[in-house]
Design a binder for this molecule. Structure first.
Ligand SMILES: C[S@@+](CC[C@H](N)C(=O)[O-])C[C@H]1O[C@@H](n2cnc3c(N)ncnc32)[C@H](O)[C@@H]1O
Length: 290
């Protein structure tokens, strides 16, 4: 399934301050935002990051980039170091559209979605730790901590115990099986799948998502030109809290001006056409001081 970029118009309206500038797309994914920006601003160039092998393949297949996009297969927390290697010291804007892409979710061999026949959840397959290993080997208390810390799952202990009981009998090696165990403990109360929070927690933990975001936000002020902007699209409160805190801190020290006094969310129309966008929240800040 082709990934539809979230709030593309809002992103381009708020991010592009220099029509001939250099921009960073930290989360290339399916190239949706990169393509949109390139098509609408003919003078800009983009350095795109993604650590997923499939994103690199997607980049290699695209013929419309010419020499306007450079791709770096790397964790965006290493943004500064990676840009230095190609002699880039300052940029005009930085975008990160966090989380997983529709392609990653739709690939049933990767274990991100509930009906996956695998239990992996690594975005970067060069990393070692998989969901299968965690679920089958971590002590029950550690599982519960992960579910609670990264998923805010209030039934974390009960779910962890059910997993520990089941794995005594069989190896849990599919997302389908994991979801079944969670559903045996947690009843369906809303439209939301009862396994949503545990899956979110595992994904965040395996991919170190909060640490990566903190790393990116730490380096951003040093990379942006004055007047350059950072736009972060997040999909859950743990990420959004980190972004909000970082922008507030930098604005207190007069490094950033917060552009989004009120958070930007997708329109009803966009949510109707792209259901994945429903929980997206965008925050933007502008660098005003060195
Ligand atoms: C929501 S998708 C981005 C979709 C993209 N904006 C588009 O329109 O096609 C998020 C992408 O970010 C990548 N990603 C997530 N965390 C990353 C990290 N720390 N470093 C590099 N890439 C990351 C994922 O592999 C995924 O491809």
């Amino acid at each position: 399934m082709r990934h539809v970029p979230v709030m593309p118009l809002e992103v381009s309206d708020c991010l592009i301050s220099n029509p001939n500038g250099l921009y960073i797309d930290c989360t290339f994914g399916d190239g949706g935002h990169t393509l949109y920006l390139l098509n609408n601003f003919k003078g800009i160039k983009i350095v795109a990051f993604d650590w997923d092998e499939d994103a690199l393949k997607r980049f290699s297949e695209e013929e419309n980039f010419n020499d306007r996009v450079t791709f770096i297969r790397e964790n965006f927390k290493n943004i500064k170091k990676s840009l230095l290697k190609i002699n880039i010291y300052k940029v005009d804007g930085i975008l990160a559209d966090l989380g997983v892409s529709s392609k990653q979710l739709g690939n049933l061999d990767r274990g991100f979605s509930f009906n996956s026949s695998a239990l992996d959840m690594r975005m970067d397959n060069r990393n070692k730790l998989t969901a299968k290993e965690i679920i089958n080997s971590y002590p029950s208390e550690d599982l519960a901590d992960i579910f609670y810390t990264y998923g805010e799952e209030y039934k974390s202990r009960k779910i962890a115990k059910a997993i520990a009981l089941r794995r005594r009998m069989v190896i849990i090696d599919t997302a389908i099986e994991l979801q079944r165990i969670i559903c045996s403990v947690k009843r369906v109360k809303s439209k939301k799948n009862p396994a949503t929070k545990v899956f979110q927690a595992l994904r965040i933990f395996i991919n170190n998502e909060l640490k990566n975001l903190n790393g990116l936000l730490f380096d951003t002020p040093k990379l942006l030109n004055i007047g350059g902007r950072i736009a972060i699209i997040s999909f859950h409160s743990l990420e959004d809290r980190i972004v909000k805190k970082n922008f507030k801190h930098n604005s207190k020290y007069k490094i950033y001006r917060i552009i989004t006094k009120k958070i930007i969310t997708p329109s009803k129309e966009e949510i109707k056409n792209n259901y994945r966008s429903r929980s997206a929240k965008m925050r933007i800040a502008e660098k005003i001081n060195a």
